[in-house]
Design a protein around this ligand. Structure first.
Ligand SMILES: [Fe+2]
Ligand SMILES: [Fe+2]
Length: 344
């Protein structure tokens, strides 16, 4: 759209996450969606790079014939196999699909940061694969070869089709619901559910004092992902407020059904990837954990709990809970800020 030559100022009430008045330039003010700017600031303060983490101990443990069992090696590789493609799908969705239709300049600012973070995550997996001298072909191709990974990724990708289409436009009830559905699929399900049994497994390694470098990489990724999830949830709730007509009972039920299906797929992934369980986490506890997470995600977009399961991995929330997380990462973040300062 050409820019209009005018002295008229932007009216803050015309600002919308989608279908807003002005998306031609990133004109930040008047700022309406301040949560997006806050997320952008937090993202910058949390900046990290995979190569800063020492992987020496992981290399020794991976080479040692006695530290890791065969089941542990298989679990480690499967989790990595899922992660490698998941983050690239997330990045593609931001850059190729979501960004184009979002008309809030401040949300676009955060999406630029988020897309870069997804690239950092893919870099982290590459770095782990390279330092441990794993078979790249095996890890990076798992999404085609391991059925439970394939099914999770296919589930997500099916929702891209509509908004990836170059002729897709927001502005009708049907299209706007499709767009909102896409955000829910990516934030609430992809970033909010599909990563979590894999996070739990890697943190399980750490609790055994195994593969601690990898675990540190994953903790940084978890911190970023919980920020992405928070941002996605804020967008969903803001779109609901800006266009309440989208949030019909039928649409709500559809989202609940998606979350239930995702919970099933994540459980299937956990039980086939770790058939004998791992570090005392068995099929039942994975199921409970995934259900517990799914309910929390539903509640945050205003939908009712479906499972009412207790959290069997309470130790996970010590790492994940955002309030505690800030303390958890405080030293490192401060160090980064100093280390990352420009030198003249
Ligand atoms: Fe990511
Ligand atoms: Fe993400």
């Amino acid at each position: 759209m050409p820019i209009k030559f005018t002295t008229d100022k932007i009216n803050i009430n015309d600002r919308r996450i989608i279908n807003g008045a002005d998306a031609d330039v990133i004109q930040l003010y008047p700022m309406k969606h301040t949560f997006a700017w806050d997320a952008y600031t937090v993202g910058n303060a949390n900046h990290w790079l995979p190569t800063e983490i020492n992987m020496q101990k992981d290399v020794e443990q991976w080479r040692s014939p006695i530290v890791l069992t065969e089941d542990e090696r298989k679990a480690f590789k499967t989790v990595l196999g899922f992660f490698t493609t998941a983050d690239s799908i997330a990045a593609n969705n931001i850059v190729i699909a979501a960004y184009r239709h979002i008309t809030s300049p401040e949300c676009r600012m955060y999406l630029l940061r988020q897309a870069y973070e997804e690239a950092i995550h893919t870099h982290a997996y590459q770095y782990i694969v390279e330092t441990l001298a794993l078979d790249e072909g095996e890890i990076f191709n798992m999404y085609r070869e391991v059925k439970s990974i394939y099914e999770k990724e296919s589930f997500i990708l099916a929702f891209n089709e509509g908004i990836f289409n170059p002729s897709f436009k927001t502005g009708t009830l049907e299209a706007d619901q499709k767009f909102l559905e896409n955000i829910i699929i990516f934030s609430v399900i992809m970033e909010g559910i599909f990563f979590y049994s894999s996070f739990a497994v890697i943190l399980g390694f750490k609790r055994q004092n195994k593969m601690v470098g990898t675990a540190e990489e994953i903790e940084y990724i978890m911190r970023d992902e919980s920020q992405h999830l928070n941002f996605g949830i804020e967008m969903v709730n803001t779109i609901k407020a800006e266009q309440p007509e989208l949030w019909t009972p039928a649409f709500q039920q559809k989202m609940i059904d998606h979350v239930k299906e995702a919970t099933r797929l994540e459980y299937q992934f956990a039980t086939t990837a770790f058939p004998k369980g791992i570090f005392g986490m068995n099929a039942d506890s994975f199921k409970q954990y995934i259900e517990y997470i799914a309910d929390r995600r539903l509640n945050r977009i205003g939908l009712p709990s479906q499972f009412n399961s207790q959290n069997p991995f309470t130790w996970m929330s010590e790492t994940i809970d955002l309030s505690k997380e800030k303390n958890f990462f405080e030293t490192r973040v401060t160090e980064y800020k100093t280390g990352g300062a420009l030198e003249w």
